[in-house]
Design a protein around this ligand. Structure first.
Ligand SMILES: Cc1ncc(COP(=O)(O)O)c(C=O)c1O
Length: 452
């Protein structure tokens, strides 16, 4: 049987082949018609018809440097020429250089690194390490959260992506705490009068559960609504964990690498987690890399205890060299500062949209990381759609808004009843302005669903 060389495929054949032979993730397969993307540069990507799209969500909140950064591409080419693979048991120059560089940018006190190939795997490592180190089994996670797709990380995921794989996905000692969500407080309190009771409730859980190894939390919750905690929350949680000898795992897969206007979100509150997990922006997503970083206390435990974890692709040189280039580029372009300044500009523009659209219930964010929360009714804060509707594959209003934006040449990620606006950190003001104009128009769709 002869096969057609890929370059001869028409765009329609590319789409049809993809649809027929690949799984579309987190969706019903029926109706999947993936866009054929052929190029990307800076804050834009291009489809096979030549149409350009503003990437207003950095794909999956991961292309922090923008597309096709030449220094990162050069690093990939050079590493491929020098040493494309080496088993994890060996030392490599890329591994040593990245480790030294990480010590400069990640929170001080995190000194030992395990390199995986996704955020999911890095969380999997974190959970195993926490259990091995503490000798305890339970993990406290929070409902509005996503920690990954494999068994332990989906078990720790609070959002409805966990539901279809239960009970297997849940049966690993994970228990859920209320999230910190000042817009829709799950325990109906109001900040600051609440004195962040949601944090104290975690202490109640720890005391009543026993056997708790770790609390895992996204310092700024990502996909589930860019939930920014009050400044006291993480320092309080740190103290609670310390009091009970429970580890604090910060999942910075999405919130890391300048996204919130600091290298890592925990830097906003000077909190040192016992384990920090990250991925995505570490290579601007050009190659798959995840990182699980631990303190010296955890690291030294494994000097004379068996470290029962590893992968063929752990510390894969092709993933490490581009991370070095990414960090250097972020430093050269001063992207942390830029995320703060341009993020403020973006946030102000989004807040101004709320004046014009009754469907906008809340605009919240930090740095270059924003959510536009859409509601039927500003008073009741009832969302336009629900989690069960999402899992049932019902057409959601946010998805219609996102589709309208794509028609206008702007990608914005949508989730249940909010949009996540998180462009590359290199974005310019005129690009932000054009994204806002498109959003302004597309929100007319959501406004039609507001209760009279
Ligand atoms: C906070 C968080 N943790 C973990 C993950 C999983 O990372 P990955 O998709 O690289 O496996 C994600 C992905 O979006 C995430 O946002």
């Amino acid at each position: 049987m002869s096969t057609v060389p890929l370059q001869q495929l028409s765009s329609q054949e590319v789409v049809d082949t993809t649809r027929q032979f690949n799984f579309g993730t987190w969706r019903y397969q029926k109706g999947w018609s993936p866009l054929h993307v052929v190029d990307a540069e800076g804050c834009h990507f291009t489809d096979s018809s030549g149409k350009r799209y503003l990437d207003f969500s950095s794909q999956l909140m991961c292309v922090n440097l923008g597309h096709k950064n030449p220094a990162v591409i050069e690093a990939i080419i050079n590493q491929a020429r020098t040493l494309p693979y080496s088993a994890p048991g060996y030392a490599t120059t890329a591994r040593a250089e990245l480790s030294q560089l990480l010590l400069e940018v990640i929170p001080k006190g995190l000194v030992k690194f395990f390199f995986a190939t996704s955020g999911t795997e890095a969380n999997e490592a974190a959970i195993k390490i926490a259990r091995m180190f503490t000798g305890k089994s339970k993990i406290i996670a929070r409902y509005r959260s996503y920690h990954g797709s494999t068994m332990a990380s989906i078990a720790a995921t609070g959002d409805p992506r966990r539901w279809p794989v239960e009970p297997g996905g849940k049966g690993q000692g994970v228990i859920f705490a209320p999230e910190v969500n000042c817009y829709r407080c799950p325990i109906r309190h109001e900040y600051p009068g609440c004195d962040i009771a949601c944090a104290d409730y975690l202490e109640h859980m720890i005391e009543n559960e026993s056997d708790v190894a770790a609390v895992i939390a996204e310092p700024v919750v990502g996909t589930n609504g860019v939930l920014v905690p009050p400044p006291e929350y993480f320092p309080r949680l740190r103290k609670i964990c310390d009091r009970h000898n429970v580890l604090l795992i910060a999942d910075e897969v999405m919130s890391g690498w300048g996204r919130t206007g600091e290298w890592f979100a925990v830097d906003h509150w000077n909190v040192l987690p016992d384990i920090l997990v990250t991925a995505k922006g570490i290579t601007s997503a050009y190659v798959p890399l995840g990182l699980c970083a631990t303190t010296a206390r955890i690291a030294s435990f494994f000097d004379d205890h068996y470290f029962a974890h590893g992968h063929t692709y752990e510390a894969h040189p092709m993933t490490l060299a581009p991370a070095i280039a990414t960090i250097h580029e972020m430093q050269r372009l001063n992207l942390i500062e830029r995320s703060r300044v341009m993020g403020q500009y973006l946030g102000d523009k989004l807040k101004a949209l709320a004046q014009a659209h009754a469907s906008i219930g809340d605009v919240r964010g930090l740095g270059m990381f924003w959510a536009v929360d859409l509601v039927k009714n500003r008073k009741t804060k009832e969302p336009l759609n629900t989690m069960p509707e999402k899992l049932a594959g019902k057409p959601l209003v946010v998805d219609q808004v996102a589709a309208e934006l794509m028609k206008a040449g702007v990608l914005v990620q949508s989730w249940i009843s909010h949009l996540v606006v998180a462009p590359p950190l290199i974005i310019e003001k005129d690009e932000i302005d054009s994204g806002i104009v498109a959003l302004d128009r597309a929100l007319a769709i959501a406004d039609r669903h507001v209760e009279a």
